[in-house]
Design a protein around this ligand. Structure first.
Ligand SMILES: Nc1nc2c(c(=O)[nH]1)N[C@H]1C(S)=C(S)[C@@H](COP(=O)(O)OP(=O)(O)OC[C@H]3O[C@@H](n4cnc5c(=O)[nH]c(N)nc54)[C@H](O)[C@@H]3O)O[C@H]1N2
Ligand SMILES: Nc1nc2c(c(=O)[nH]1)N[C@H]1C(S)=C(S)[C@@H](COP(=O)(O)OP(=O)(O)OC[C@H]3O[C@@H](n4cnc5c(=O)[nH]c(N)nc54)[C@H](O)[C@@H]3O)O[C@H]1N2
Ligand SMILES: [Mo]
Length: 919
């Protein structure tokens, strides 16, 4: 049977594939059949429940719902004849009967009313059913079931697309309605606020709260989400220069999906605490006098200044250090939250204006160890395949990563794949919401991944499950690894990992024998003193089973910040020039010196935590920090804060008076992502176009402008007119993006690299033939067991692990200033196992004091069955209980990443102050 059939639609012969519905073909032919319960967005199955799209098929007694009916050869279909037209109008009229008065409805111009207008139906002759009214319990979304037509789109959005399974149908007949969980108010249900239901709702029964009663939008701007590395394309919906909400766009990474931050989390840019004018530290205010500083009222410590004065002072302070102590007494932290162009100019400024390679950014605290291992073994730090390849994987392994919280849209694709039959292996000391979709959940002891992964590889080798051809043709050093693995039987490792040897064997067999297995990993792997070893094991596992370089296979360290991939690519790192070209290689260096017309220091620079140390030692005296908040995000943060206070000169360029800016001599108010044009590169290596949507507040300026003004004052002769000139310069020095031009990106919105020529569509899968190493081979590097740097003892018997919450971004500077996001998670909490709470005689909501060798804090307790006994979890977004006061700054020797996933602490019920005397 041929895949293409032809049939007659309204008298015209048309063709269709066997996947098309009549509705699809009609749409293609320009015929607008009304539709309510149907959308052709990816992930939504047709349901055919509303009957708004009925058509007539000759020879059939009853009308057919065109959205679920597939045409067959020779079929004669009429959409515009009397019978279906009348039937469709009747459906609309019946539905309107149940609608609230149009003028009073949440969305007077909803898809529903547009469909009614299209059929010229205004009123109804029928009686209304009585439905419950408003549910305004959720901070971001309003529910008005009165307008609901039970079309089921929200149920499918929640169940099939995002796979959150919160919304269902309940009741019968006229009493049937959608419910959240067990008919809970939305705000009290397990809803994660992704808003997929709102985007799908055709009637406004579910609507963004910001537009209830007035859905007018002045403008729409297509851009990318500035939160995580997934890089969701979105459309900002703007009225009166305010972003009211965003809608998912059909980007290659997100296919129209978003999460709570990307849909509802943009009001941080309109927050009254935004910096709107340059600030200069007042005479006589000590650097470490931060306790009384209120970010809403900086004028106690700073005075307002003109841009001219602030820039002069900012640059002169740096020049003074450069002239008295040399360029290596300066350092810069650039930003992974801004654009590629900003990051490129920032590192160029530090290298050629300061005269040092002391330039780094948050990647050091993030995937530095993963990148160190990847560069060493396979010659490239980028992911080998987009995360969307999960779709083609038989086995998906998620290790040390909590994607429903941290890469929520990527997680939806993992869940979709599991629904279609993929097996999911999760390896994490802590349970997570993805666990319920897992085939295998290996809840190991924290910090034992080398033991666990080596024991998996031991099984694979002993049982002969390696891919011998792959090992022979594509790798080196296997013999050494094989010998090394001898001592790592699952039985021997059980006491280290706590995992049943049989389970290890099952998982090892599944991974090795699947047609395609893919690995996703995160901070649970990288943020350890043995982070590089953890990654080496993952790479070895992939290589020995040949699970790389084909569809559905690969190595994917899920990148965190929206532009951490891009910031690293453009060399916001101390050891490389753009495209990971060693700064210590004289040939490469000379090429850049010529191109930039400036000298470059031949020594690699210092990394984030090393810079803090150098400040303490007095060898670094001046810093320029743009779009990073180390006074919250650095490990052992008291030590890091002290370093900031010791600097002779500190310039901070941010949106807010952050904990870091509190130590600055000069604060420069900058542009937020939705206020600027520029490109970003997501975890998939997709370079995407961001566009300015709204103006900057007050006298805040573009980051790109500020960097250039600083450069000028530091003696550099730069003349970039438009941001695209910076991008074009990048393409001249970076082979990876050589084929991507600004114009191409303006049209395509996303191009994946490596992309060698304007004709090259870009390469989603890499390592298909060989590895970008000198000999083209991937290298096995054995890893031995190393304990965490600080293990529990009598004084500090509990393990502290730190990380994130869905609603908050890192140090909270942005999301705690978003009303919606802060409303969901408003206060510091420590997550603790119920068993441990019982031992400590603590109830949820009680205050505890958590202390480590480095600091202490008071924090409220939340019961969390996912956390192991003997362990606690604290998110690091809360300034009033900063988790990094406690963490350990011991470093992985290769990646120079700190062990923020493991340190020893003591937890005590908070002692209330004794009341003085009798009352
Ligand atoms: N909502 C939100 N999303 C974010 C961010 C944010 O701040 N907020 N930040 C972004 C950034 S920059 C990053 S890097 C990513 C981080 O995203 P993830 O890598 O998912 O980050 P974490 O939550 O820090 O840690 C991941 C997991 O590691 C586990 N873990 C801890 N110790 C171990 C261990 O010893 N072994 C194993 N196997 N697992 C362990 C934790 O239990 C946790 O589930 O998120 C990005 N997305
Ligand atoms: N305990 C613990 N500590 C950790 C981690 C952990 O898991 N546990 N994770 C580590 C990881 S993976 C990371 S990536 C780091 C993140 O550490 P940071 O990068 O320091 O954290 P952010 O809060 O993302 O800081 C970004 C800053 O940039 C500002 N900003 C946002 N957009 C712009 C812009 O367009 N222009 C300018 N000029 N400024 C802007 C924000 O206001 C904010 O102050 O934290 C690390 N620290
Ligand atoms: Mo990160």
């Amino acid at each position: 049977m041929s895949d293409i059939i032809s049939f007659i639609l309204d008298g015209k012969t048309v063709s269709a594939t066997t996947n098309d519905s009549i509705w699809d073909v009609a749409k293609r032919e320009g015929t607008k059949i009304p539709h309510l319960c149907h959308t052709d967005r990816v992930g939504f199955e047709a349901d055919g429940n509303c009957r708004a799209c009925m058509v007539e098929i000759e020879g059939e007694r009853v009308l057919a719902a065109s959205c679920i009916r597939t045409p067959t050869e020779g079929m004669v279909v009429n959409t515009a004849t009397d019978r279906p037209t009348k039937a469709r109008k009747m459906v609309m009229e019946l539905l309107i009967a149940d609608q609230p008065d149009r003028a009073a409805t949440y969305d007077t111009d909803s898809h529903f009313w547009q469909m009614a207008d299209q059929q010229q139906i205004k009123d109804s002759r029928f009686d209304a059913r009585d439905m419950p009214g408003d549910d305004l319990s959720h901070p971001a979304m309003a529910v008005n079931l009165d307008a609901c037509i039970n079309c089921n789109l929200c149920v499918r959005a929640c169940r099939d697309v995002q796979v959150n399974d919160v919304i269902g149908m309940a009741g019968r007949g006229v009493g049937s309605k959608i419910v959240f969980d067990f008919d809970d108010p939305m705000g009290e249900s397990s809803c994660v606020g992704c808003g997929e239901c709102v985007q799908a709702c055709p009637t406004g029964a579910l609507l963004e709260k910001t537009v209830v009663g007035d859905t007018r939008i002045d403008r729409e701007v297509h851009s990318v989400c500035p939160f995580c590395g997934v890089g969701c394309q979105l459309t900002f919906k703007i009225r009166d220069d305010k972003i009211l909400y965003a809608e998912g766009r059909d980007g290659p990474a997100n296919e129209e999906r978003l999460c709570i931050k990307g849909r509802f989390g943009f009001d941080y840019i309109h927050n009254p605490e935004r910096l709107t004018t340059p600030l200069i530290r007042k005479e006589g205010i000590a650097k470490d006098d931060v306790a009384t500083l209120d970010p809403a009222n900086p004028l106690t410590h700073f005075r307002e200044a003109s841009w001219e004065e602030a820039l002069e002072l900012a640059a002169n302070g740096l020049i003074q250090v450069r002239e008295t102590k040399g360029g290596n007494a300066l350092a810069g932290f650039g930003s992974a939250k801004g654009s590629n162009e900003e990051a490129y100019l920032f590192q160029k400024l530090v290298r050629t204006g300061f005269g040092t390679n002391n330039v780094d950014h948050c990647t050091r605290l993030c995937h530095a160890s993963s990148v160190a291992a990847l560069l060493e073994t396979v010659g490239s730090g980028a992911v080998s395949a987009p995360f969307n390849e999960a779709e083609n994987a038989e086995v998906i392994m998620v290790i040390g990563s909590n994607p429903t919280i941290n890469h929520p849209v990527a997680a939806t694709f993992f869940k979709n794949a599991v629904k279609k039959g993929a097996k999911l292996i999760i390896i994490d000391p802590r349970g997570q919401s993805l666990s319920r979709h897992a085939t295998y959940m290996l809840q190991e002891k924290p910090g034992t991944d080398v033991a666990l992964l080596n024991s998996m590889m031991h099984v694979i080798v002993k049982e002969g499950l390696t891919d011998k051809d792959y090992i022979k043709n594509h790798t080196e050093n296997f013999a050494e690894l094989k010998a090394h693995l001898d001592g790592f039987s699952p039985e021997a490792m059980e006491k280290v990992t706590g995992i049943d040897p049989d389970l290890i064997r099952d998982v090892a067999r599944e991974f090795a024998t699947a047609k395609s297995s893919i690995i996703f990993w995160g901070m649970g792997i990288s943020q350890h003193v043995h982070g590089t070893d953890n990654s080496r094991c993952l790479i070895s596992l992939s290589l020995m089973t040949g699970q790389v370089g084909r569809p559905g296979t690969g190595l994917h360290p899920l990148r965190g910040q929206n532009n951490v991939q891009g910031a690293s690519d453009v060399a916001l790192i101390p050891m490389f020039l753009p495209d990971y070209q060693s700064v210590e290689d004289p040939v490469i260096r000379e090429r850049f010196e010529k191109f930039w017309n400036a000298d470059i220091d031949p020594n690699k620079g210092l990394t984030v935590v090393e810079i803090t140390e150098a400040v303490h030692k007095g060898t670094i005296n001046g810093m320029y920090i743009m779009g990073e908040n180390p006074a919250m995000s650095d490990p052992n943060v008291s030590h890091a804060r002290e370093a900031l206070s010791l600097l002779d000169h500190l310039v901070v360029q941010d949106l807010f008076l952050t904990e870091t800016a509190a130590y600055a001599d000069v604060v420069l108010p900058a542009s937020a992502w939705p206020e600027k044009d520029g490109t970003v590169t997501n975890t998939n290596r997709q370079v995407q176009m961001g566009r300015a949507a709204v103006p900057m507040p007050g006298d805040a300026r573009q980051d790109l402008w500020i960097i250039q003004e600083m450069a000028k004052r530091l003696g550099l002769d730069w003349n970039y007119g438009h941001v695209k000139e910076v991008f074009t310069e990048m393409t001249q020095v970076m082979g990876s993006i050589k084929g991507i031009s600004w114009d191409r990106l303006e049209n395509a919105d996303a191009v994946i690299y490596p992309c060698e020529s304007p004709e090259d569509p870009g390469q989603p899968l890499i390592f298909t033939e060989n590895f970008p190493t000198k000999n083209g081979l991937g290298k096995f590097v054995p890893a031995s067991l190393i304990s965490p740097d600080e293990t529990p003892d009598q004084d500090f018997p509990t393990v502290l692990t730190t990380g994130r919450l869905l609603e908050h971004w890192h140090t909270g500077s942005m999301t705690r200033r978003s009303e919606v996001l802060d409303a969901v998670e408003p206060e510091p909490i420590v997550h603790m196992a119920p068993g441990m709470m019982e031992n400590l005689e603590i109830l949820p909501g009680d205050l505890v004091t958590v202390s480590s060798r480095r600091g202490q804090l008071d924090i409220k307790v939340r019961a969390d069955g996912g956390v192991q006994n003997g362990m606690i979890f604290i998110p690091f977004c809360y300034a009033e209980a900063a988790a990094n006061l406690l963490t350990n700054d011991a470093l992985d020797p290769f990646g120079k990443i700190a062990e923020v996933k493991f340190c020893a602490v003591k937890v005590e019920k908070k002692k209330m102050p004794e009341l003085a005397g009798d009352l």
